[in-house]
Write a protein that binds this ligand. Structure first.
Ligand SMILES: [Fe+2]
Length: 304
């Protein structure tokens, strides 16, 4: 009984064209409009991972998870046992799968679909003490280098009740808790990634960021440089998280939330002795990096 992948996230945004420009500048490929939504995908994937619907203001439209074959049937049964009713799909949503609302009212689509992983990159060619990965070859990125996100990794959502979301996504959808910091933030996985969904405490629900894997720290930084040249503002980075361990750089999207480049996230095989830790608040955000912007945890969907 479990969902096995985060397939895509869909937002409602006041101006789809502005959103299209943000996410293509971020490095996603524009698939054009389908049933009223702008569809965007990482270049190595055939499947869209971001959908942008029109709406009065930015908010989460829905999340889609994959639960292939037996897992789909088991998830359906788990919903029935938990007394969670299926709901009608929102207008224009991708066909297929089942629809439900989580305890915060977020729409969730569970699809009988296996995730298609992007092809692996060649190993990084880095030189370090006693380990020569690159000889007679310059290592600095070209001045024109940019970021090419390989895949969607996770989303972070605001919630007024972290324990309630944690209970629902683990007990009903079969995700696993990877780490948490009290009832402030919880990180859950349904793949080998340290987290595919995280919940951050707030006055109400909201969308904080979507996060995409890139191939190196250079690629994170060059992606951020390219975005700033196109007029987008850095949010927070470059830094390294403690929970999940990834290098990060958050770019501000046009609506006061973020898109994150990540690299070197903790990997947790399905059968292993990973013990979730309850981290002190001081470790909840980062080990190093620039100071956290004052508004980084601001949920603009409910606060000014
Ligand atoms: Fe993240």
């Amino acid at each position: 009984m479990a969902v096995r992948a985060l397939l895509h996230y869909a937002l409602e945004v006041p101006d789809q064209t502005v959103g299209e420009k943000f996410y293509t500048s971020f490095g996603l490929v524009d698939e054009g409009r389908r049933d009223g939504a702008v569809a965007l995908r990482p270049a190595p994937l055939k499947r869209e991972t971001v959908l942008l619907y029109g709406g009065p203001s930015k908010r989460l439209h829905h999340l889609a998870f994959g639960a292939p074959g037996d897992d789909f049937a088991a998830t359906k049964e788990s919903l029935r046992r938990a007394g969670v009713s299926q709901v009608d799909p929102p207008r224009g949503a991708p066909e297929g799968g089942l629809w439900l609302r989580d305890p915060d009212g977020n729409l969730v689509n569970v699809r009988d679909e296996a995730p298609a992983p992007p092809p692996p990159d060649p190993p990084l060619r880095l030189n370090s003490p006693g380990h020569i990965g690159r000889q007679v070859d310059r290592g600095a990125p070209e001045s024109t280098a940019t970021a090419t996100p390989r895949r969607l990794g996770h989303v972070l959502l605001f919630t007024p009740d972290v324990p309630r979301q944690l209970d629902f996504y683990t007990r009903v959808l079969g995700m696993k808790l990877s780490d948490r910091s009290k009832s402030i933030i919880a990180f859950l996985r349904c793949t080998t990634d340290h987290h595919n969904v995280a919940f951050l405490t707030s006055k109400g629900p909201g969308f904080h960021h979507g996060s995409f894997e890139v191939g190196s720290v250079d690629e994170i930084a060059m992606g951020a440089v390219r975005m700033q040249e196109r007029g987008f503002q850095p949010g927070w980075g470059l830094g390294r998280h403690v929970i999940g361990s990834n290098f990060f750089y958050y770019m501000r999207d046009p609506w006061g939330s973020f898109a994150e480049y990540f690299h070197d996230l903790d990997y947790i095989p399905e059968a292993c002795a990973w013990e979730p830790r309850d981290w002190p608040e001081a470790d909840a955000l980062y080990r190093w990096g620039p100071p956290v912007p004052d508004d980084f945890g601001l949920n603009r969907e409910v606060e000014a």
